[in-house]
Design a protein around this ligand. Structure first.
Ligand SMILES: Cc1cc2nc3c(=O)[nH]c(=O)nc-3n(C[C@H](O)[C@H](O)[C@H](O)COP(=O)(O)O)c2cc1C
Length: 199
């Protein structure tokens, strides 16, 4: 399941005019997830010609199995791979569970290690947590995994501590955090535009 969301909050000149399309992934399946709220907020910060598709299929992916990958990747996996391959960048917001990222997100990443869809792809990593640490250990954990996958991890990636207090109605509303997310988005657009110009 995917959904496109259009913008109501306009950050300045994200791409310098080039059309760019991003994929956003929340690492949480929870209905009132803070991280899904972050992803939806960021998707709504995009202004044309920058667009973002929120990927909602993590929970439908089967558990990674190398035998299945080598013989016949499931259609849900093919869809995820194609979405990422066709995108100019990926925005990830992950919860921290037991000092790591979520199992569903790690499972999704395992399915795309072999295909190399994230190699050199600009990837923004955000972690949102009710804790004062902002999910910093999941952030470090995820960055290490993405690094070994060859992703171009943006230095602007951020932790959002005490995230519930910065959100209302399922969206980020606190201005400093919103500005941080605008900066992440702008950095992703800059990195994607540079990559597109070089290809
Ligand atoms: C099993 C479990 C383990 C957790 N471990 C951590 C943790 O290590 N660090 C942390 O900051 N929060 C931890 N939490 C709290 C989550 O950050 C919190 O539930 C958060 O809201 C989950 O993200 P979501 O709102 O996007 O679903 C844990 C929660 C659960 C249920």
């Amino acid at each position: 399941m995917t959904s496109s969301v259009s913008s109501s909050v306009a950050p300045p000149a994200q791409s310098g005019g080039a059309p760019l399309h991003f994929i956003a992934i929340s690492g949480s399946l929870r209905a009132n997830s803070l991280n899904t709220g972050v992803v939806l907020t960021v998707s709504e910060l995009c202004v044309a010609p920058v667009t973002m598709t929120v990927y909602g299929g993590l929970g439908s992916l089967p558990f990674f199995n190398q035998d299945v990958e080598e013989s016949c990747p499931p259609p849900e996996v093919v869809e995820l791979r194609e979405l990422i391959a066709a995108s100019d960048g990926v925005f990830i917001s992950s919860p921290e569970y037991a000092h790591g990222t979520s199992g569903v997100l790690k499972n999704g990443l395992e399915w795309i290690v072999g295909g190399g869809e994230l190699v050199d792809k600009p990837v923004a990593v955000v972690t949102a947590s009710p804790a004062a640490t902002g999910g910093d250990r999941a952030q470090a954990w995820l960055r290490e995994t993405l690094e070994v996958m060859g992703a171009d991890i943006l230095p602007e990636s951020m932790c959002i501590p005490v995230a519930g207090a910065k959100m209302s109605g399922g969206r980020v509303t606190e201005e400093a955090t919103l500005q941080g997310l605008r900066d992440v988005l702008a950095a992703m657009a800059r990195a994607a535009a540079v990559r597109a110009a070089g290809s």
